[in-house]
Every structure is written in C-alpha cells, then in structure tokens.
Design a protein around this ligand. Structure first.
Ligand code: 5RP
Length: 231
C-alpha cells in the first residue's frame, strides 16, 4: 500500500470525529487535502460546519469542495484543527512547515480546543530532526538572524546547514505572510522543547516548525487502517 493510501486512511478516520456545528481549522499539505476532500463529501450530505484554512492553497481547495469558510477574526475560537505533519514523536511533538504554512498552522491549531494530526506511518520517528526544521524569518536582516539561529542551535546540541528555501524557479520562497523560510538540516534534535523556545526568542524569527504541547492525538494511517497515538 502506498503512503498516499495511508494518508487517505488517516484523513477518513479524522473526518469521522467531526460533528454538526463544529468550527474547524483546516490544515495544509497532501494529507490535509485528503481530509478536506472527505469533509467536502460530508458537507455535500448536509454536515453543518465552518472552516478556517491555514493557507491560501487550502482555502482554494476548500472553496472548490463547497466547505463554508470563515477566519479567526470572525471566529477566534475553534473546536478542532486537523492537519498533517512532517515528523511526529511518541510525545506528540511535531515538525511542521514542509509546505511553508507553519505560522498560520500554529496560529490556527492553538486557537483550537484540540489538534488532530493525520499522517502516514513514515512520519513517526524516534527522534525529531531528520526532516529539516523550517523556521519562518523576517527578510530584514535575515543573515544576522540566521547567525543567531546557528548559535542557539549549537547550545541545544544541533549543528548543520541552515538553508534559505527556494521556489521552483530558484528564487526565495515567500510564505503567505511574505516571510522567508530557512530549513535547518540538523539531522537530529536532542532537545526539541529547549530549541523551540530559544529560536523564538531571537528577534527576526517569526516562529519555528516545532509544535510542542499542541497536538491532542495523532491518527497514523497504516496499510491495515489506522493507529492512534496519544488518545
Ligand atoms: C505544511 C505542513 C504539512 O502538514 C506537512 O508538510 C505534511 O505534508 P504532507 O501531508 O503533504 O506530507 O506542515 O506546512
């Protein structure tokens, strides 16, 4: 079975947790898109929900699926956010931001009572960090900011290349909030809690892709169906 089938299994299971009247955060990425598809099918059958998309890409997809949308200014408190992850460990700590949407994803997830992560089994790791950690950085003075990020990372046992993310034309990638993403190739992150807090204390860092204490439980798609971590 392919990882896409596993993603679909996780997304379908998550759609079963959604009830009439809920206000939802809609994640970004291929797994979250399977969830948006499944949710759209339930809306077509009469499910009454409203969603806040975590990216322009998800907004466009939700609109084509007929999902009613709002935003956090109109609806500042959500019931559940369903989103994917690049990595997750047994303590439900995540790396997110592979799709470049980590800032909106974190704002929406933390405005929600619960965050359900959906992922294929390859995303479950013993130690976070094989996937490069994305950090969203203000373009102004970004070289100075990155030097401070490298110093702080070293203090927390992490070393490796910190690379400006480029788009498909080789130009700097800009987030939906017009910032840069720097991908930190650390290989492993021995102290995710300490690193996440320290990175966010640097002026110029908007946020980093470590989600700590945010995920309520994870639905992991497998070849046989799904496993739940943390419920
Ligand atoms: C986007 C994300 C995604 O959730 C993450 O990259 C997983 O993507 P996919 O479901 O395509 O594997 O954090 O910023």
């Amino acid at each position: 079975m392919s990882s896409n089938e596993q993603k679909k299994n996780a997304a379908l299971k998550a759609a079963g947790f959604i009830e009439n009247g809920m206000k939802l955060g809609l994640g970004t990425g291929s797994t979250a898109e399977y969830f948006v598809q499944a949710l759209g099918a339930r809306v077509a059958e009469g499910l009454d929900i409203v969603g806040v998309p975590t990216s322009e890409r998800t907004r466009a997809m939700a609109e084509t699926r007929g999902i009613p949308l709002t935003n956090l200014d109109e609806t500042p408190h959500l019931d559940i956010t369903v989103d994917g992850a690049d990595e997750l460990d047994s303590k439900l700590r995540l790396i997110k931001g592979g799709g470049g949407a980590l800032l909106r994803e974190k704002i929406v997830a933390t405005a929600s009572d619960r965050m359900i992560v959906i992922a294929d089994v390859s995303k479950v790791v013993g130690t976070l960090g094989a996937f490069p950690l994305p950090v969203e950085v203000i373009p102004f003075g970004s070289t100075a900011t990155v030097q401070k990020m490298a110093d702080v990372a070293k203090e927390h046992g992490c070393e490796g290349e910190i690379r400006l993310r480029a788009d498909e034309f080789g130009e700097p990638f800009f987030t939906d909030s017009e910032n840069f993403i720097f991908d930190c190739h650390f290989g492993s992150i021995p102290d995710p809690d300490g690193l996440a807090a320290a990175l966010n204390r640097i002026a110029g860092v908007v946020d980093n892709g470590l989600f700590i204490g945010i995920c309520s439980f994870a639905i992991v798609g497998t070849d046989k169906g799904t496993d739940i971590i943390g419920q």
